[in-house]
Design a binder for this molecule. Structure first.
Ligand code: ACO
Length: 406
């Protein structure tokens, strides 16, 4: 705690807490994490139960409304989301303005922000109905935009959404069908994608969610706020870790696979090497990340379905996990696999290119971002976010004439 009178002659105190290691910025009743126990609850429900018993849209309903839908509510919600999956035809011109090799995250930051220009009918953030319509639009249109970003990058025509398919099946079809070949829906693969979406749907006040809240605190429209969240998620320390974990496994594999794990672990333990075991460790979880267990199971199911049970990367990942969990370095520091350790292998097996991994994360997290944004706007105590600083620059001085400057 800093006494700011010593700094400015002003009154009051504030805390200096870089990285917000111990500062709560809001009240929230959406997601609860117990990092020591390795527990993650959405609205009180354990992630393990949601991942097995619910689909992604039920999870969205839960995060947005606080309760799971009954059959009638689910039908109505799915119908509403499905009706909003199309994007305005003008949107294709935004895509066409990008280079073909543009990173999908830059395309998403631009196109999601641009959505606000099409929906002037729902931008009154003080109207709960407007907020709900915007939330539905974002959840419904993100898969369409992510798939369009992919299709554009590979030079194929955009695929329009199909209303008779589930949320995840529709996305897989928009990604993988083309005018010459219709995508055959595979229930195991669709369920795996749905599970990835559920596991990434919310994670309380992480960097991108805090970004959405801060942007929203000024009254910015929800599309602009979600675009800000996507920009933050793009960073390698946040949404980019699954790509890094996959690349790490591929590198070890190239160098000889399982037999080289010992050497790799030794490098990780050598502090001068600056090498980390990607997909391991977490700021909050000091126990097994519950999402990682589910992701490992899903990985197993997907590889079996595709006849890839002998996938060398999966075997390597399991061997690496086993060795690390028995090693004192990882035990003492409470470093366990996080959700990203296995999710890259699953996404690759689904046919999703590495450059789109973070886009899939954005698609999943949109519901968490918008639920948190809505919670903030509805909070009567909500204020514009305005962190203080610990000023360490010059004290007051006079501007010297040019000839006197050093
Ligand atoms: N490999 C090797 N050592 C590690 C790792 C790792 N993956 N993670 C942490 N450590 C070590 C640190 O070097 C430090 O050691 P020291 O005490 O000897 O200095 C100790 O463990 C504590 O780590 P911190 O960096 O202080 O932990 P922090 O909470 O700041 O970092 C983070 C958490 C960023 C996730 C870190 O564990 C990491 O970089 N992991 C690899 C990247 C990754 O997988 N990120 C995904 C996070 S999940 C998500 O975003 C969805």
């Amino acid at each position: 705690v800093i006494d700011i009178r010593k700094l400015y002659g002003a009154t009051g105190k504030f805390t200096y807490d870089p990285g917000f290691m111990s500062t709560a910025a809001c009240n929230s009743s959406i997601t609860y994490i117990d990092g020591d126990k390795g527990e993650l609850l959405y609205r009180g429900y354990p992630i393990e139960q949601l991942a097995v018993n619910c689909d992604f849209l039920e999870t969205c309903y839960l995060l947005m409304n606080g309760e799971l839908p009954n059959a009638e509510q689910k039908k109505a919600f799915v119908g509403t989301v499905t009706n909003h999956t199309m994007v305005h035809e003008q949107m294709q011109f935004f895509f066409r303005g990008f280079r073909r090799d543009a990173h999908p995250m830059s395309v998403l930051v631009g196109t999601v922000g641009a959505l606000s220009s099409f929906y002037h009918d729902s931008l009154d953030i003080n109207d709960p109905h407007h907020r709900e319509v915007s939330a539905i639009r974002l959840i419904a249109k993100l898969p369409t935009l992510v798939a369009m970003a992919y299709k554009y990058s590979i030079g194929q025509p955009f695929a329009y959404p199909r209303n008779d398919l589930s949320y995840s099946a529709n996305f897989m079809r928009m990604m993988f069908s083309n005018p010459c070949e219709e995508y055959k829906v595979n229930d195991v693969l669709v369920r795996a994608l749905d599970r990835i979406l559920i596991l990434h749907a919310d994670h309380e006040q992480n960097a991108s969610t805090s970004t959405v809240r801060l942007a929203g605190s000024s009254g910015a429209n929800p599309f602009a706020c979600i675009a800000a969240g996507i920009a933050c998620l793009w960073g390698p320390a946040h949404g980019g870790a699954n790509e890094a974990a996959l690349t790490m496994l591929q590198d070890i594999q190239k160098q000889g696979g399982v037999e080289r794990i010992g050497e790799f672990i030794a490098k990780v333990k050598d502090k001068d090497s600056n090498v980390k075991l990607m997909g391991f460790g977490h700021r909050v979880y000091k126990n097994y990340d519950p999402r990682a267990k589910l992701m490992r199971e899903t990985c197993h199911e997907v590889l079996n379905e595709l006849g890839l049970h002998d996938d060398p990367l999966f075997k390597l990942a399991m061997a690496l996990e086993k060795i690390a969990l028995e090693d004192d370095y990882f035990v003492q520091r409470k470093l366990y696999p996080n959700v990203d350790f296995y999710s890259g292998i699953v996404q690759s097996a689904l046919g999703i290119p590495v450059s789109l991994f973070t886009g899939i994360f954005a698609m999943a997290r949109t519901v968490g971002w918008i639920a948190q944004w809505n919670e903030m706007i509805s909070d009567p105590e909500q204020k514009i976010g305005r962190p203080r600083q610990l000023f360490v620059g010059s004290t007051r001085r006079d501007v010297p004439a040019m000839a006197q400057r050093g």
